[in-house]
Design a protein. Structure first.
Length: 365
């Protein structure tokens, strides 16, 4: 199976299955002398781990990260950093009823058709359990970016039809504190309360619901990204679309921008305190595939979780019609736990492009 590695200079490879002994990641290309704060890495994993609230799956995993290599005396050595996260609370029997059935809107059919074998226990490699490894790697990328003053903030901006108002992004630390004060991880308290009530009702009805996560990346230098195939927004899109359940990505004005006139949409340049900025930011901080120094903004849309606690019609491996029932422990809405995954993938993209940018500057001298 190909496609288990992401990035060029700051590169990760993840491994493991949902119901295997462990999942993990190799981070290759992290520069030396980065402070590897293990408490921070664990705190990031804690935001993604299952069983953290009544609106998430009740699978109990501590998601304790074990760093096996690549660090010495609390700093990165420049060699591959290996992290393993043991699986502790698998209940494979919860999936015995689907071992020969294809769950609607899951990877069961496509996986079986392509590889001729599948681990039906929680989806195996196609399970969102794999994203814990990305979060661990993303935490290291964040520690690297922190050294250069780059900040990343994401929050749940919509659940179903409930949309939070646009936020004032001046104080990301305050927004982070507000986000972490509620289980939905929405930085608008009123919207968070409404979203929580709605998710609870959906869960009681045996159903699921999707949502949107909005992200801002601040303090990037001008020059991240390449103008043809390695556009910064293209790599961000790939990163987000690689996350389980993601069905949409837009940056800057996104689809709404298609309704505007050029005279309305153009970001006018100004010189403020000897810094070139734009009055508006419909470009989302990226022009021609290259960062322009403004805030990078994008939105990621997640579909409803495919496993619902209701009977559904499907077929089995022999092609015969049958009925399938949702069992096990599943999220009624993935976006509260996905916030940290979005941040992690964004950090990996920016770290990779930052290293390319620094290499270009060195070569240009």
């Amino acid at each position: 199976m190909a496609g288990n590695t992401f990035g060029d200079l700051f590169r990760i490879s993840t491994f493991g299955e949902s119901h295997g002994k462990a999942i993990g990641v190799i981070v290759d290309g992290c520069p030396a002398l980065i402070d590897i704060d293990e408490e921070f890495i664990q705190s990031e994993l804690d935001k993604r781990r299952p069983g953290q609230s009544k609106i998430t799956t009740q699978r109990k995993e501590s998601d304790t990260a074990q760093i096996l290599s690549g660090t010495f005396e609390g700093k990165s050595t420049g060699t591959p950093i290996a992290i393993v996260i043991p699986n502790e609370d698998q209940r494979s029997k919860d999936y015995s009823h689907i071992q020969d059935k294809f769950r609607p809107s899951h990877a069961d059919y496509t996986y079986q058709s392509k590889y001729g074998i599948r681990d039906y226990r929680g989806g195996g490699r196609s399970s969102a359990r794999e994203t814990a490894a990305r979060v661990a790697a993303g935490a290291i990328a964040k520690l690297f970016l922190k050294k250069h003053g780059i900040e990343i903030f994401a929050h749940v901006s919509a659940v179903g039809q409930i949309e939070a108002p646009n936020l004032n992004l001046n104080d990301l630390n305050a927004l982070l504190e507000t986000r972490e004060s509620n289980i939905v991880r929405c930085a608008d308290p009123a919207s968070a309360a409404e979203m929580e009530d709605f998710i609870n009702q959906v869960r009681k009805n045996g159903d699921t619901v999707g949502g949107v996560i909005s992200t801002v990346i601040r303090n990037t230098p001008v020059g991240l990204g390449e103008p043809v195939f390695d556009k910064l927004h293209a790599d961000l899109a790939k990163a987000m679309m690689s996350i389980n359940a993601v069905h949409g990505f837009e940056y800057g004005s996104g689809f709404e921008g298609s309704k505007m006139l050029g005279s309305e949409h153009n970001d006018i340049f100004v010189n403020q305190d000897d810094k070139i900025k734009t009055i508006t930011n419909f470009s989302g901080g990226i022009q021609g595939g290259i960062s322009n120094g403004m805030d990078i903004t994008f939105r990621t849309a997640f579909k409803p979780v495919a496993t619902i606690m209701r009977d559904q019609s499907t077929i089995n491996e022999e092609g015969n019609e049958t009925t399938i029932s949702g069992k096990g422990r599943h999220d009624p809405c993935v976006v509260p736990r996905a916030v940290i995954i979005v941040e992690a993938m964004a950090a990996l993209v920016i770290a990779d492009h930052f290293l390319k940018y620094k290499a270009y500057l060195k070569d240009a001298e």
